[in-house]
Design a protein around this ligand. Structure first.
Ligand code: NAD
Ligand code: TYD
Length: 351
């Protein structure tokens, strides 16, 4: 079936994997990637598919409602997969308003644009909102987030994502807009901007720079390989129930410090360093404000109802990921020049 699908944030980390999967897997779909190209958006992430005839890129800002109305009128989208967001917790602590604008106002603008073009004939239409497990807050030692867990966000980032999730569901309940939402755990893999833990630490280990571990390094995250997230998005976009929510996770919990030690060990081998050398770079620094202790996802609903499960074991995934960053030196160099240096200084000096 022919469809025209808008993917927002397709030049970012997860978005670029979703765009690649859809463009390659569905030659009959027209995929339009809308991205503002903030510091986190990079067209180099899509080099391999940019010439495909079923792909086009539009540079634009989802906070601009008139621009979105015109875009929807031009392309008459059948579906929206909405990933565009400000996504880094530390930046949200430094500048919360940016997160309200893009994540909340931008999402409402998209909902309005979709509603405006689809009017009340929602046949074959779908608005898919990509969210995070961070909306559920933090867990103690035990338990998992399910789709029924109450929202309890603590950072400006998670508060803005929680707010956008509520708006998406409100448009379903109020206007009947055909929506689906998923909440995923931490992703890792290629093309992730090196402000997030895994690519940041790979880059620092490579450059023999200190590894700034927040607090005692005891916070726990549930890591999922990004290509498995993209596969889940494909399954949910096509088969998820209208108005429903699906949790996506890797059943792969790691304490930060244990994960960092694994990365150091793998990289010692790859870089031909004596065993234990990279671990010496570990530096404990002041904790992140409002730092959630533990995230862990119960994704059994998605597995049971739609048949998705992660494809990759973490040990294999982390090695693949480290290899990718070591082999894509030019990409890393490009994204860590310019403004990145300013950000790094502000975020980590005097910490
Ligand atoms: P990212 O920061 O790598 O990419 C975000 C993209 O959105 C960038 O390309 C950026 O240019 C674009 N963008 C930002 N503001 C925009 C605006 N105003 N208009 C248009 N485009 C804009 O983020 P990511 O890690 O790929 O996350 C993508 C989505 O997945 C986000 O909604 C995030 O909340 C969600 N998510 C991320 C993770 C994770 O571990 N990274 C986990 C669960 C959910
Ligand atoms: P991050 O990759 O920012 O993802 P999130 O905060 O959305 O889970 O951080 C993952 C974990 O790593 C989190 O507990 C914070 C911690 N962390 C550090 O210890 N040092 C760092 O420099 C960064 C960026 C994160």
């Amino acid at each position: 079936m022919k469809r025209t699908i808008l993917i927002t944030g397709g030049a970012g980390f997860i978005g670029s994997h979703v765009v690649r999967l859809f463009v390659n897997k569905y030659p009959d779909y027209q995929i339009v990637n809308l991205d503002k190209l903030t510091y986190a958006g990079n067209l180099a992430n899509l080099k391999d598919i940019e010439v495909k005839s079923n792909y086009s890129f539009v540079k634009g800002d989802i906070t601009d409602s008139n621009f979105l109305i015109d875009l929807f009128a031009k392309y008459q989208f059948d579906g929206v997969i909405h990933l565009a967001a400000e996504s880094h917790v530390d930046r949200s602590i430094a500048n919360p308003l940016e997160f309200v604008l893009t994540n909340v106002v931008g999402t409402v603008n998209l909902l309005n644009a979709a509603r405006n073009i689809w009017k009340d004939n929602y046949e074959g239409k779908r608005f898919y909102h990509i969210s995070t497990d961070e909306v559920y807050g933090t867990l103690g030692e035990n338990g998992l987030f399910t789709e029924e867990t109450s929202y309890d966000p603590h950072s400006p980032y998670s508060a803005s994502k929680a707010s956008s999730d509520h708006f998406v569901r409100a448009y379903h309940d109020t206007y009947g807009l055909p929506v689906v939402v998923s909440n995923c755990s931490n992703n890792y893999g290629s093309f992730q901007f090196p402000e997030k833990l895994i690519p940041l630490f790979i880059n620092n280990i490579r450059n023999n720079k200190p590894l700034p571990v927040y607090g005692k390094g005891e916070n726990v995250r549930d890591w999922l390989w990004v290509e498995d997230h993209a596969r889940a998005i494909d399954v949910i976009y096509h088969n998820g129930l209208d108005g429903d929510t699906y949790n996506i996770g890797g059943h792969n919990e790691w304490k930060n410090i244990d994960l960092i030690k694994v990365m150091c060990k793998v990289m010692d081998k790859k870089l031909n360093r004596p065993e234990g050398e990279s671990e010496k770079l570990i530096t404990y620094v002041k904790d992140r404000a409002g730092h959630d202790l533990r995230y862990a996802i119960d994704s059994s609903k998605l597995q049971r109802e739609l048949g998705w499960k992660p494809s990759l074991q973490f040990e294999e995934g982390i090695e693949k990921t480290i290899d990718w960053y070591l082999n894509n030196h030019d990409w890393l160099e490009q994204v860590t020049s310019g403004d990145y240096l300013k950000y790094y200084e502000q975020q980590y000096t005097k910490r």
